[in-house]
Design a protein around this ligand. Structure first.
Ligand code: SAH
Length: 399
């Protein structure tokens, strides 16, 4: 019952951001008396200003820099299975409007009212990445709510992200419900991809690039395509299905490329798709030295910049990548390039890519500047959660 929720009080003058709707409160903004300090990480609490005005109900972790994550602005909200079901049903209503097939990011943390968790749906299976102590404590209720609202058979509770350390959480991965199928199909943009949900990267598939893949597909009819950092073939197979004549996928992960091969076969494009296991920068340099050229080049690397202090150096990696990739683009061809580094802002990414292309002595125009799809909504007061930056460029416009 709400009446019994412990109360956490903010310091004098520290309530403004929360009052204006920010979903977090930091630990130095909280009155850390012994009782507050002793609360178990993840406890549901009622948040009060220093004048005893209630601000809402939140998950509290005294050991985390982000000490408070709001769950509801209603100070009387009851956080139980029904609450979780309500949030999941609301998230589902949006995705059902957006997509024909039940494959999408179902819950994107704060912007879907469930801070500290990302949930991806693959038909009858969902995978939750649990990154906050509050959601960790509710993990079983969350799994039950997912099964009851979606009617899915299997829920994978994945607690293996390094950011869990910030919340003092151990690594843990478990499956609730029916055993996890070894390989699952991902239906996206009319294409059937393959994902490995147990061992694959993140939850197994990168749903964030869906709309960008479709866009690159539109440029790829009749094209020779190079998809670097291809993972299981997201961009490259979108291009092949859209009518590219030749698609090369490059990734250092053999298992991701094996999934891409299976998907190429399933979509009847295996005769036009080849895979190559390699380190990306080395491979790009080799192709340049050989004089290879492609009508469309796509580069979707992992985050080059992992922390704020690395920005100045790391951001230059995008310039180098753009330079190497642009050298492989045939006259009048296209370059798709992405950054998923949280700490690199969109303008800085564009500037580096612009310089990298300029280094090759060529002009470029920006056709598309986008982020993740609408199944990755952004909380208006957490603009930094819009981590994905994607650019599609046309080289040699006007030539
Ligand atoms: N474009 C993909 C997602 C890419 S995720 C899609 O549409 O789904 C980033 C990928 O880069 C991963 O598959 C990872 O295995 C690969 N990778 C990471 N470092 C690499 C490197 N140095 N060389 C080649 N591939 C790398």
């Amino acid at each position: 019952m709400t009446e019994n929720l412990p109360v956490v009080t903010l310091n004098q003058g520290a309530s403004k951001r929360a009052e204006h709707g920010h979903p977090w409160v930091f630990s130095n903004e909280i009155r850390m008396d012994p009782a507050t300090k002793a609360l178990k990480p993840g406890t549901a609490v009622r948040i009060m200003t220093d004048n005893s005005a209630p601000l809402g109900v939140a998950m509290f972790n005294p050991h985390s820099l982000i000490a408070v994550r709001f769950l509801s602005r209603d100070p009387e909200a009851v956080i139980d299975g029904a609450f979780l079901e309500g949030r999941i049903a609301s998230a589902l209503a949006l995705r059902e409007k957006l997509y024909d097939a039940p494959c999408y990011r179902l819950v994107h943390a704060e912007a879907d009212g469930l801070p500290g968790v990302a949930i991806d749906r693959y038909g009858d299976v969902v995978v939750a990445q649990i990154n906050s102590a509050g959601i960790d404590r509710m993990a079983d209720d969350l799994a039950a709510a997912l099964i009851s609202v979606l009617g899915v058979k299997t829920v994978v509770l994945r607690g293996d992200s390094p950011i869990r350390k910030l919340e003092g959480l151990e690594e843990s991965v478990r499956v609730v419900g029916a055993p996890l199928p070894e390989k699952v199909e991902v239906h996206e943009n009319g294409i059937s991809y393959r994902a490995d949900l147990a061992l694959g990267q993140k939850t197994g598939w990168y749903f964030d690039q869906r709309d960008n893949r479709a866009f690159m597909g539109r440029l790829a009819k009749g094209a020779r395509v190079l998809d670097v950092y291809s993972h299981a073939g997201g961009f490259g197979l979108a291009c092949a299905v859209a009518g590219a004549v030749d698609v090369t996928l490059v990734d250092r992960s053999e298992s991701a490329l094996a999934l891409a091969s299976q998907a190429a076969e399933a979509n009847n494009v295996d005769d036009r798709v080849r895979i190559h296991v390699a380190e990306a920068f080395e491979d790009l340099a080799k192709r340049r030295d050989r004089g290879d050229s492609y009508d469309v080049v796509i580069c979707d690397p992992p985050a080059f910049v992992k922390s704020k202090k690395d920005v100045a150096v790391g951001v230059k990696g995008y310039r180098k990548l753009a330079r190497l990739a642009a050298r492989l683009v045939a006259p009048g061809g296209y370059l798709g390039i992405a950054s998923c580094s949280h700490h690199v802002e969109s303008d800085a990414f564009l500037a580096q890519v612009g310089r990298g292309v300029h280094d090759t002595g060529r002009e470029a125009s920006v056709l598309r500047r986008a982020g993740a799809g609408p199944d990755h909504p952004v909380h208006p007061q957490l603009p930094e959660s819009a981590y994905l930056k994607f650019l599609a460029l046309r080289l040699d416009p006007g030539a």
